[in-house]
Design a protein around this ligand. Structure first.
Ligand code: ACO
Length: 334
């Protein structure tokens, strides 16, 4: 096992809106059933915002992580927010959360890697902490409101998603276990999409639609090719774990817990089988929250810590896949 400059997770916290939508609630609005959703996805309930904006969820999670770390908001040098459902194009969620929690003066930026955003954020934080003497404490947040772009008439996708947020306070750790494996395959861009504002302006004379090689999209709603994403995920997930473990000089069996992106329990089961590890190693809370995109991995991590399934000193792999298509795994000691 190679020891390198890595990360120390000083504090963690998560937050979900109070309102819950059950499978039975979905059966009232689309042609579905609790049985179908449970068997095909593992989801039972998801939390859905009742008007609280995305930054509000992120700020509440951040406050918990800051309290858990025993630091002051003013100790934070850099705020990174992973989100694909921001409240504004500008300002960033990071600036809104900075204002909300009173961390004025820190650097603040958003990243968008869809469901792998938290893994990318951990790796970005580690690189700042390692190479920049001005950055000692990073607040990494994933905050998502998928309910914003869910098409609640499309039964194949609306049942999957929920809202929520989670945050880590990170500092540098010498002689640590740390490795990451991050990547993307833009050829799969068309398999998961929700569009931004179209390029309309008063000077536009060309009324032809530019061929962006993307699927037919209904307004600003999220669309996916579930089968293609499923195929991609069941390969990308185990591969990313293997590659990150290889770099860390450990085997997947030596990990105490693997926290995968919570999209579908069947994807996680297949990934565990392909990896040759038992489901006991996989942290799964999809039944409670559904798919909360980039927030799903840290939210599951927080629940696992609260329930004693993850303890200090455990070797952890956070692994995600998502829109882009992107994939990422990070290995570290909690
Ligand atoms: N209730 C009842 N029936 C349904 C529902 C539903 N909610 N949704 C689909 N069906 C039907 C279909 O219409 C189909 O019926 P048919 O055979 O008469 O045509 C049948 O169930 C089977 O449909 P499939 O699409 O084959 O179902 P599958 O088992 O593949 O499950 C699912 C679909 C859950 C979407 C699965 O493909 C999946 O999880 N894919 C990965 C999705 C994913 O991980 N997305 C990541 C998004 S992350 C991000 O970036 C935001």
């Amino acid at each position: 096992m190679a020891k390198v400059t890595g990360i120390k997770v000083k504090g963690i916290g998560s937050y979900v809106p109070e309102a819950i939508a059950t499978n039975e609630d979905f059966a009232k609005i689309v042609d579905t059933s609790d049985e179908w959703i449970t068997q095909r996805t593992g989801i039972k309930t998801r939390h859905i915002t009742n008007g609280e904006p995305n930054y509000y969820l992120g700020a509440r999670a951040a406050e918990k992580a800051i309290a858990d770390a025993g630091i002051e908001p003013t100790d934070i040098d850099l705020i990174i927010v992973a989100t694909c459902t921001p409240d504004f194009y500008t300002p960033s969620e990071a600036c809104l959360i900075q204002r909300e929690i009173g961390a004025i003066g820190s650097m603040a930026m958003d990243i968008n890697c869809a469901c792998t955003g938290f893994d990318y954020g951990v790796d970005m934080a580690k690189r700042y902490l390692q190479s920049d003497d001005d950055v000692h404490t990073v607040l990494l947040i994933a905050a998502e409101e998928l309910s914003k772009f869910v098409d609640y008439t499309d039964r194949s996708s609306c049942i999957l998603f929920g809202d929520g947020a989670a945050a880590f306070v990170l500092q540098k750790q010498e002689n640590a276990l740390y490795a990451s494996y991050l990547g993307a395959d833009g050829n799969g861009a068309k398999f998961l999409a929700a569009r931004a504002l179209k390029s309309e302006n008063v000077f536009r004379t060309n009324k032809e639609e530019f061929d962006m090689d993307m699927p037919e999209l209904k307004d600003y709603f999220f669309t996916q090719d579930g089968k293609e994403v499923y195929k991609f995920a069941t390969k990308a997930l185990p591969n990313a774990v293997l590659k990150a473990c290889e770099k860390a000089g450990i085997s997947p069996e030596e990990l105490d817990a693997i926290v995968p992106h919570q999209a579908n329990v069947r994807i996680i089961e297949t990934a565990a089988k392909n990896l040759g590890v038992s489901m006991d190693k996989m942290v799964v809370y999809i039944d409670r929250y559904g798919n909360t995109s980039s927030a799903s991995i840290p939210m599951a991590f927080c629940d696992a810590v609260a329930e004693g399934r993850i303890k200090r000193g455990d070797k952890i792999c956070l692994v995600g896949f998502g829109g882009g298509l992107t994939y990422a795994a990070v290995v570290f000691e909690y």
